[in-house]
Design a binder for this molecule. Structure first.
Ligand SMILES: CCCCCCCC/C=C\C=C\CC(=O)SCCNC(=O)CCNC(=O)[C@H](O)C(C)(C)COP(=O)(O)OP(=O)(O)OC[C@H]1O[C@@H](n2cnc3c(N)ncnc32)[C@H](O)[C@@H]1OP(=O)(O)O
Length: 719
């Protein structure tokens, strides 16, 4: 777990050896402690260098250990012994020094970093704070403002930025370990007291209170209801106002509170869920580690609407040449200008040059003969998409992969019109596609493992979190969204207002409630889908019987809002009113209030007081209930995949872990009982009926979410 060797006759080289990231697991902590003891007591040793195997210094504490009781030596005394030692210790930082790894570097007397190394204290993103002295040492080393920013955001910084901030002493393009050994030899005999960061006095700005207050306001606004950033601020305050030993005590108290809050578990679950989601499987036995993706050098995107433009940008900025296709000259020109503007702004932000030379624009599908992969992003109309796929089938070489960005149509039906159904898959991006991290990779029954491997790997290359899902209407994300949206509108019928529902969801942790979010996305999109599915429109007899469609309860209020030309922010009116079209400041609209009152009296609905608890339970339990059905149907391989989809595609609050993790924390028994209660009250809403899987899990003693997979027996697994 750590290798000890003597180099240059007098330098003890301690190499952490815990692949893949040299995390500070119990055996590693033990090995560091033993190696340091040996180095400090060996008279031949004059200096020590600590580095990590395989070009990675250290990825921090072993996060998996947080789930159980602490075993092995605690980290803090190990670190204190390094700092207090009488021989100079140099950290040779290659790859990453994160969290506890960064804290390890901070107790070394000198830090040498490779120019490509990245450093940071990402604990806040795991719902905790740097609790091995990081929150106390970093402010002493670089001052309060800079430390506050790094600790509350968890941002990784480059070696160059670390040098500028005074975190590292030297940056090198050469072997950091060899440089550190040379550096260590030169440090022998120099006084160490000023190199012990815990002994430094924190440079304290005169406006400390104002600074901390501003930081508090900022994190409260950015991460509603999240405890960790607030605890980080309190820890930094301790670094500014207390001696080191007292600050360490405060750091530890804050850490204990966070550890027991439940939020830390949710964040840490998210960390592993995100990594688990990349490990896809297909019923054929093909999976992430036995299927080879193809390399994609060139791609085409058909349709330059909002989605198509974002997809072009996502591809071009990772060096893939793109042919963008539109059907009319004006649309093509408009699309070209938008894409170029987006790429230029993106490049400016990242400090690189825009890869405009990778772009080609055309009106003709004939130009797609030689591309490796096509992503179709035309209007959401099956007949149109089928025509495009038939045409592509004729034009593209037989090995070209054909993907669709449909948000819910049958991918296999599209595969069926081509001469290569095995090379067809869905690549469902989320809007705006160059910003949103989620990609649902839709595996049709005929998609080959190579096709799925390629789509997943292309997603990763574009910086997306890709999740493999089965081919069913709405796939995973949008399939679950429908019952959630339905509940929100049923609650309107029953007496709630858009403001009340939004506030309950925002207090739960969503950045935006469902109605505010719908106004942002545009209400016309859902209206068009409802018309196409025969739920509304001139051909539907809305009065006979009222408030029912296709055998189930239906709320026509969203249609009535659209009929008034209220499509959300873009028209300046939606569920809320805005000062002008395009404004984002949502204000309650008396006209909506009026519409709701008129509607209720027309249908003889007596409005009732609805509690926030009912709003949360009905909206979120029904969301998870559909998630259970998706697992039963084999359309998602595991609950982690569903949670990742909701975290990255629908901004589900991370400190709640995702809908499936959330209900597991509420307690499945309670969720079942509440769904039964609501279903009894609303028997015409089938989505409220508890799913068979939920009942089964409760009957089996409500196992933790990581174990649900063992209880899911799907007859027809699609993944
Ligand atoms: C009750 C009071 C308790 C008081 C305790 C007080 C004492 C506290 C002492 C110390 C506390 C320290 C806090 C920490 O250090 S928290 C950890 C901080 N570190 C991080 O957040 C880094 C997390 N990792 C990453 O960001 C990346 O993995 C990275 C290192 C950048 C590498 O990225 P990449 O190359 O893309 O690789 P993957 O992300 O796919 O990871 C590869 C596999 O490694 C696993 N992994 C990564 N980091 C860790 C880790 N820190 N612990 C455990 N496992 C880790 C990851 O899950 C992947 O695994 P697999 O291949 O199985 O999927």
């Amino acid at each position: 777990m750590a290798r000890y060797e003597l180099v240059k006759r007098s330098v003890a080289l301690i190499t952490l050896t815990n692949p893949p990231v040299n995390a500070l697991s119990s055996p590693v902590r033990h090995a560091i402690a033993k190696s340091m003891e040996r180095a400090l007591s060996d008279p031949k040793v004059t200096a020590v260098v600590i580095c990590g195997e395989n070009g990675r210094f250290c990825g921090g504490a072993d996060i998996r250990e947080f789930a159980g009781p602490l075993r092995g030596p605690p980290l803090i005394p190990v670190l204190d012994a390094i700092e207090a030692g009488r021989k100079p210790v140099v950290a040779a930082i290659e790859g990453v020094a994160l969290g506890g790894g960064f804290e390890l570097a901070l107790v070394c007397h000198y830090r040498i970093a490779h120019s490509k190394a990245r450093l940071g204290l990402p604990e806040v993103t795991l719902g905790i704070l740097p609790a091995a002295g990081g929150s106390q040492r970093l402010p002493r080393l670089i001052g309060i403002p800079a430390a506050l920013e790094l600790i509350t955001t968890g941002r990784h910084i480059s070696a160059q930025e670390a040098l500028k901030l005074g975190i590292v002493d030297q940056v090198t393009d050469q072997n950091a370990c060899e440089m550190a050994v040379e550096f260590a030899l030169k440090s022998v005999g120099k006084p160490l007291s000023s190199r012990r960061v815990s002994m430094l006095t924190t440079p304290c700005p005169p406006d400390l209170d104002a600074l901390l207050e501003a930081a508090t306001m900022q994190v409260k606004k950015k991460a509603r209801g999240v405890m960790a950033p607030l605890a980080c601020i309190q820890a930094v305050r301790a670094a500014a106002t207390m001696p080191f030993s007292k600050g360490m005590k405060r750091e530890s108290e804050l850490m204990t509170t966070l550890f027991n809050s439940g939020q830390a578990q949710a964040f840490q679950y998210c960390f592993f869920a995100q990594r688990t989601a990349g490990k896809w499987t297909l019923p054929s036995g093909a999976q992430w580690n036995n299927s080879k993706p193809r390399e994609i050098r060139s791609a085409a995107v058909i349709g330059l609407g909002t989605m198509g433009r974002g997809i072009v940008v996502s591809l071009a900025r990772v060096g893939i040449s793109v042919i963008a296709v539109e059907s009319e000259k004006k649309l093509l020109e408009n699309g070209r200008q938008m894409v170029i503007g987006m790429l230029e702004r993106d490049a400016k932000r990242r400090g690189v040059s825009a890869s405009l030379n990778l772009l080609n624009f055309t009106l003709s599908l004939q130009d797609l003969k030689d591309v490796d992969l096509v992503i179709e992003a035309v209007f959401e109309d099956m007949a149109l998409k089928k025509r495009v796929f038939q045409e592509l089938s004729k034009v593209c070489r037989p090995t070209t992969l054909l993907c669709t960005n449909t948000s819910g149509l049958d991918v296999d039906a599209l595969a069926g019109v081509t001469n290569r159904p095995h090379l067809v898959a869905g690549m469902h991006f989320f809007s705006p596609a160059h910003v949103m991290k989620l990609l649902e990779v839709v595996c049709g029954p005929r998609s080959s493992s190579e096709t799925i491997a390629t789509a997943m790997s292309l997603g990763k290359k574009m910086g997306k979190v890709s999740v493999a899902v089965g081919n069913c209407p709405g796939f995973v994300g949008n399939r679950m969204l429908k019952p959630y949206l339905d509940q929100a509108t049923f609650l309107l019928e029953e007496g709630a207002t858009p403001e009340q529902i939004d506030k309950a969801l925002e207090d739960f942790g969503f950045a935006m409630g469902v109605f505010r979010m719908s106004d942002l996305a545009g209400l016309d999109v859902g209206w068009r889908v409802r018309k196409e599915s025969g739920l509304t429109g001139p051909d539907v007899d809305s009065k006979n019987p009222p408030r029912r469609r296709q055998g189930h309860r239906y709320c026509p209020i969203p249609d009535m809002v659209c009929e008034q030309g209220r499509f959300g922010q873009k028209t300046g009116r939606g569920w809320y009113m805005y000062d002008k079209p395009g404004d984002t400041n949502a204000k309650p609209d008396p006209l909506i209030q009026n519409l709701l009152e008129t509607y209720r009296s027309r249908y003889g609905i007596q409005p009732r007081n609805i509690s926030d608890q009912e709003i949360i339970e009905r909206c979120l339990f029904v969301l998870a209930n559909e998630g259970f059905r998706i697992l039963e149907d084999g359309m998602a391989a595991r609950p982690e995949d569903i949670d990742v989809i909701y975290l990255f595609g629908y901004a589900f609050p991370r400190h709640r872990g995702g809908p499936m993790f959330y209900v597991s924390m509420v307690g499945l028994e309670r969720v079942l009982e509440r769904l039964e209660y609501y279903h009894q009250a609303h028997p015409d809403v089938p989505h409220l009926e508890p799913s068979a899987l939920l009942k089964k899990l409760v009957a089996c003693g409500s196992p933790p979410v990581q174990k649900w997979r063992e209880y899911i027996k799907t007859m027809h697994s699609h993944l």
